[in-house]
Structures are given as C-alpha cells and as structure tokens.
Design a protein around this ligand. Structure first.
Ligand SMILES: C[S@@+](CC[C@H](N)C(=O)[O-])C[C@H]1O[C@@H](n2cnc3c(N)ncnc32)[C@H](O)[C@@H]1O
Length: 198
C-alpha cells in the first residue's frame, strides 16, 4: 500500500492529522447525508473509523441527548478525536472486525470513507449486524474514486455497491436505500429488518 493510501487507511503523525482535516472538508457532503438518518429518537449511534471525530461532534451538536460512540484503529486519531470531544463521546481504539460492544446496542451505525480499508469485510458486517438493534440501520457512505485507488493496491477491498451489498447480504442485511450524494460519493443504507424500518 502506498504512503498516501496508508495515511487515509490509518492516519498517523503530523501528516495524518493534516490528512484528517482534509478529509473533514472532502467528506462534508457524506457527513450531511449521514445526519439525515439520525433523529431525536436515536438514542445510541456508533461511528466506525471516526478519524479526528468531526462527524461525531456534528451528531452531538444536533442531537445532544444521543449517546455517541466511536471506534478507530489509529492511535493518533483516537487522541485527536479525544481532544475534540472530551467526555461528549465514548471512544474506543480498536478494529471494526471485533467490536467491543454488547449485541443489540445501537440504533444507527455509520461509517464514512472507510469500508475499503477493512481487512475482513465479512467479519465487520457480522459485527455490525450483531451490535445493531433489531430495527437498526447501518449507513455506509463512500467515495468511488478513493475506493478505486485502494482497490488497485488491495484486490479484496470493497470497491463498489455490488461488493458492499454482497458482503452485507451474506451477514443477513437487506438494502434499504442506495443513493448518489455527489459526483463520486455514494450512500448505502442497510437494515437488519427492512419492513420494520419502513
Ligand atoms: C479515510 S479515513 C476517514 C475518517 C473519517 N470517517 C472522516 O470521514 O473524516 C478512514 C478511517 O478509518 C479508520 N479505519 C481503517 N480501518 C479500520 C478498521 N478496520 N476498524 C476501525 N477503523 C478503521 C482509519 O484509521 C481512519 O481514521
């Protein structure tokens, strides 16, 4: 994996902090599209791959009553998000492949610009399915251009809707909505129980 991709996949050092700020700007549309799936009724949200914590900060600002959780593999991002959020969020340093949470915990799980970095996508979807409440949804927003770049160095990376939907389907997820957010940005909403969610 080249240096630039590795900085997006596990931001580290001063360059990693700089990259995380760039991501805040380039991922703005996806943050806004994700927020639409959270409401005053949402009691617990988890973000997988929170970077410097900007998206969790936005959720908390709009929905102060909602408990926000996050998990990321980068020690430097864990530190940066901790500085940003203080005691407003429950942050964990760890991998999406093994979520340190009880089953049926979250109403909504979101991830932005992250799914192509998962080493074992099936395990991640299985963990998301386990920790979501019965009527819960998983909102995956991603950038097709970045997905393509990562896929060139890792053939197993989730690079498009088809790959994401089939990995999610193997764990029991049902697609609830698929939309285009921008020129390269896409969003896939997956439900543990589609009929209930509608
Ligand atoms: C491209 S950055 C996106 C950061 C943030 N979502 C944003 O939009 O600003 C990808 C993030 O996912 C994290 N990440 C990558 N693989 C992960 C995994 N298996 N489990 C948890 N976090 C992961 C990285 O450390 C990084 O912070």
């Amino acid at each position: 994996m080249n240096y630039f991709i590795s900085q997006f996949g596990n931001p580290h050092g001063i360059v990693g902090r700089l990259f995380s700020k760039m991501m805040n700007m380039s991922n703005k549309k996806m943050y806004a599209a994700n927020l639409k799936h959270i409401s005053g009724k949402t009691s617990k949200v988890l973000e997988i791959g929170f970077g410097n914590g900007r998206q969790l900060e936005m959720i908390k600002a709009y929905y102060p009553e909602c408990a926000v959780y996050g998990i990321d593999i980068s020690e430097d991002m864990y530190e940066a998000a901790g500085e940003r959020l203080g005691d407003k969020a429950f942050l964990a340093l760890g991998r999406a492949e093994k979520l340190p949470y009880d089953e049926n915990k979250f109403d909504v799980i979101i991830t932005t610009d992250t799914c192509y970095f998962w080493d074992e996508p099936d395990k991640v979807f299985s963990e998301i399915f386990r920790t979501l409440k019965d009527k819960g949804i998983f909102v995956n927003s991603y950038n097709t251009m970045y997905a393509g770049a990562v896929k060139r160095s890792n053939q197993n990376a989730l690079g498009d809707d088809k790959a994401i939907l089939s990995a999610a389907g193997r764990q029991g997820f049902v697609p609830a909505a698929i939309s285009r957010i921008g020129v390269c940005e896409r969003q896939i909403v997956l439900s543990k129980n589609y009929r209930e969610w509608r």
